[in-house]
Design a protein around this ligand. Structure first.
Ligand SMILES: [Zn+2]
Length: 287
């Protein structure tokens, strides 16, 4: 069983401790890998190539962080981890709490200890939101990870989930083009959880920001495709450590060519709406 599979955990801890990140306790404390690392399960590139088998359980993931994002075995919905609780936004946009035995093919979590805050008012779209957050990233170090929680009122949001996939798995962008579900919210209160990956992460994840959303009543959510912020507070946790868990005995994973450039497919999977997918299909048909 997958649960029996031993995980090979590689820990890369950046030993540079910038003064600005040492204001909570001492530098020694801030370098403790279990609290000051982003813990990643597998690679976005393996997920993009259709490795949807879980390699770690929800129970195990919670030992590595209390805040984050990810997905579930078979890409069965979008994961939001908030205050130590793992939430699953399933195909119909509703939230369920998965059992600790549920497994995970891809995720990023950390223990959230925010050092930076910024007030966001009337941010018109995703590009403007990323621009605001990138300013903070540039001021504090573009070559660190950042977990962000953005809590407030969102004037509009488009989020997606998807139907659980069955084997043989298709590649992620193909599966999403067929089985993505989308939900529009207006003037919704809630929290966006986001991760910023620095540019050197291009082969292991996608660089820049990736956001998931959950409503204030913890009833609905998904992966954020479009957003405008009315009024919200963003809290950021700059994180200097990185830990990667790979499946040690998994023939499918070991046979993948993970040097394949998945950038375009990942971009499509992260940003495409069903309208984009339909337009692309029509363009393909006309060729
Ligand atoms: Zn996502």
């Amino acid at each position: 069983m997958k649960q029996k599979m031993r995980l090979f955990a590689m820990l890369v801890c950046v030993t540079v401790c910038l003064g600005s990140f040492c204001h909570v306790g001492s530098c020694e404390e801030s370098l403790l890998p279990d609290r000051e690392s982003v813990y990643q399960v597998a690679l976005l590139q393996s997920l993009a190539q259709g490795h949807f088998d879980g390699i770690i359980t929800v129970g195990e993931l919670k030992a590595h962080g209390d805040t984050g994002i990810g997905t579930f075995e078979g890409v069965n919905g979008e994961m939001i981890v908030l205050d130590g609780v793992v939430y699953q936004a399933i195909y119909d946009g509703s939230i369920v709490i998965p059992p600790d035995s549920e497994t995970i093919p891809f995720s990023n979590v950390t223990f959230f200890e925010p050092d930076l805050q910024v007030r966001l008012t009337d941010v018109p779209d995703m590009a403007a939101l990323q621009e605001e957050l990138n300013r903070i990233v540039l001021e504090n170090g573009a070559n660190l990870f950042y977990m962000v929680r953005i809590t407030g009122v969102f004037s509009s949001l488009k989020v997606r989930s998807e139907y659980k996939q069955e084997k043989p798995y298709r590649e992620l962008d193909v599966a999403l083009a067929a089985d993505q579900t989308e939900f529009d919210y207006e003037n919704e209160r809630g929290t966006m959880v986001g991760l910023y990956c620095p540019k050197f992460m291009g082969g292991l994840n996608s660089i820049g920001w990736h956001f998931h959303f959950i409503t204030e009543d913890l009833a609905r959510g998904g992966h954020v495709l479009q957003v405008s912020v009315s009024s919200a507070e963003a809290a950021l946790d700059p994180t200097p450590g990185f830990a990667l868990a790979l499946p040690e005995q998994d023939a499918d994973f070991q046979s993948m060519d993970l040097s394949r450039n998945m950038d375009e497919a990942i971009h499509r999977a992260e940003t495409a709406t069903s309208a984009d997918a339909a337009a692309e299909e029509m363009a393909d048909g006309e060729k």
